[in-house]
Write a new protein. Sequence first.
Length: 137
Amino acid sequence: MTKMTKNIISEDSYFVSIKDPVESRRHILEASKKCLQSLQSYQKILLIRDEKLREMEVLRESVKELIFLNTKLGHKLPQYKSEIIGQFKREEKKSETKQEKKPVKAEPKREEHYDRTELQKLEESLNAIEEKLKTLG
């Protein structure tokens, strides 16, 4: 080597001692892991946004088609006066009051019971996980 390259090597090489290199390496790896997890979650968010935009476009097209079909149906139906419809509504109200109202037995809501049991299961599993964490550390 020439004298000039030796000077460059000696000027550029620095040695730093690291206390507990294994622990430092572990911290760096944990930070890298968290960084990758955040990038993955960001990528999932981007995919969800794209799908949302596609679904919104499908919805927009469906609404346009529904509006078109509604106007087409409106043109096909016969013309009417709103006063006539008001008369029919009044007659319907009178006929409803004449009918006897039978008491309807309310069935117990099974969906709420299902939700409660599902919630209880989740709470139990969460408590089990917390107990395991306490025993570990």
